[in-house]
Ligand binder design. Structure first.
Ligand code: UGA
Length: 445
């Protein structure tokens, strides 16, 4: 497809799509975000986000007000209008299985293609099993209206929650899988601003583009589980897991990022992506290739159980009725996302074991309450820790990283804390007569 890009549609206005739509408007395009959920469309049109992402509501409001960005439920609205259509619908883990649920991507592609009456490029952004783009390209050709040129490109997204706007406007790299140079040139127009800053541009085929995305997330998950496996060793033999991570991280071939030991990874991406990748390679008869990812998943899930086991140890194996303050139940700071959250899992396990769990989180309580309505969520940190026999830090929000014993001494009943993210200074707490425990740290005999 050859086109001068002015109008852009984004199909699916969840985390990825809402961010992408706002950022495309910021880059100067006219943008329409499309979603089947009328409530989501209504709130986005009013500049309200159904999730927490720093800077995004402001960006959406700015461009909705200027008229450059709008939202609709009607695909026909964009079929005759947009030069480029981004597909940004979800690919969650299938219920009761480990593969990716492709229902939304397939449905969005089919309905969109049927609505297109203008030569245009469809660009897949969702995280998909390798082979999807080639299949969808055939689907597009079979479904499109006669006389209209529609082609497909694959352009995976690497944004992090909490930094979604920054990562979209100034990405580390751009990966585009195409089958025609013309399609690549359309995307060069879309990303002209980043290209002007010499952002690495990786032009490749569909399969590579799809695999880059899952390989990146699998590598990140592996790095975290790698250090957490060593945490299991230092827990037993002694040693300092953070110093170990710092020391190997100085080797520029390894790098220090994503080597923070703790309660492990969660969220809507890393866990489901490594499972979907294993499932996909198994379908290809390559079960053995990604078997190590099963081990990474297991190491990761063991960390949550270990945090719970430490709580039991500190409370003499009896948690029933005991007040435990859990600080942080989002899967990471700067987010209100509790999907597959290690902190929420720890809180739920202790609650189910009969503990009186008091959760405080700066952003995530409303989402956690939808899943576990019977747990107590407090509006302030003080309320969570007052009367606690044990405090567990499970997400490293800034306000927890800067906690000092003085903040808690007169509120808790007993001075016990598990720092399950390795962000507090052991000496500070031990000097103040706290029983201080971290994941990756050997317990005193
Ligand atoms: C991840 C990737 O980092 C993004 O590049 C990717 O685009 C995104 O998934 C996606 O596929 O959409 P995100 O899920 O926002 O982004 O979260 P991360 O910042 O990667 O953190 C994932 C989890 O790993 C968190 O639970 C975090 O606490 C944990 N983590 C991270 C550690 O336990 N240790 C570390 O050293 C780093």
């Amino acid at each position: 497809v050859t086109a001068t890009v002015e109008n852009v549609s984004v199909i699916g206005t969840g985390y990825l799509g809402a961010t992408h739509a706002a950022c495309m408007a910021e880059l100067g395009f006219n943008v329409v975000g499309v979603d089947i959920d009328p409530e989501k469309i209504a709130s986005l049109s009013a500049g309200d986000l159904p999730f927490h992402e720093p800077g995004l509501p402001e960006l959406i409001r700015k461009h909705v007000q200027s008229g450059q960005l709008r939202f609709t439920t009607d695909l026909n609205d964009v079929g005759a209008w947009a030069d480029v259509h981004f597909i940004a619908v979800g690919t969650p883990q299938v219920k009761g299985g480990t593969g990716a649920d492709m229902t939304y991507v397939d449905a969005a592609t089919t309905t969109l293609t049927q609505a297109i009456t203008k030569d245009s490029l469809i660009v897949g952004k969702s995280t998909v099993p390798v082979g999807t783009a080639a299949r969808l390209a055939d689907l597009v050709q079979d479904t499109k209206n006669p006389g209209v040129n529609v082609s497909l490109a694959w352009n995976p997204e690497f944004l992090r929650e909490g930094f979604a706007v920054e990562d979209t406007i100034t990405p580390d790299r751009l990966v585009v899988g195409t089958t025609h140079e013309d399609d690549e040139n359309v995307l060069r127009q879309v990303y002209a601003e980043a290209l002007g800053r010499d952002t690495p541009w990786i032009s490749t085929d569909y399969q590579t583009a799809e695999l880059v995305k899952v390989a990146a997330n699998a590598f990140l998950a592996t790095k975290i589980s790698f250090i957490n496996a060593f945490a299991e060793v230092t827990e037993t033999v002694g040693g300092d897991i953070t110093t170990l991570a710092d020391a190997i991280g100085h080797d520029t071939r390894i790098g220090r990022k994503f080597l923070n030991a703790g309660v492990g990874f969660g969220g809507g991406c890393l866990p489901k992506d490594i499972r979907a990748l294993q499932t996909r390679v198994a379908e290809l008869g390559l079960d053995h290739s990604m078997r190590f990812l099963d081990e990474m998943d297991q190491i990761n899930l063991r960390r949550r159980k270990k945090a719970v086991a430490l709580a039991f140890d500190l409370l003499s194996q009896d948690v029933i009725g005991k007040k435990i303050a859990v600080l942080g139940i989002t899967f990471k700071p700067l987010s209100d996302d509790v999907r597959d959250s290690p902190g929420l899992d720890v809180a739920a396990r202790l609650f189910n074991a009969g503990a009186d769990v008091q959760v405080y989180d700066p952003q995530g309580s409303h989402n956690a309450a939808k899943r576990y309505p019977r747990i107590t969520y407090t509006p302030t940190l003080d309320e969570a820790v007052t009367g606690a026999e044990l405090v567990i830090l499970t997400t490293e929000w800034d306000e927890f990283k800067t906690l000092t014993p003085e903040n808690l001494n007169n509120k808790v009943t007993t001075r016990r804390i598990i720092d399950a993210r390795n962000v507090l200074n052991p000496t500070t707490w031990e000097t103040a007569n706290w029983t201080f425990t971290q994941l990756g740290r050997k317990q005193p005999e």
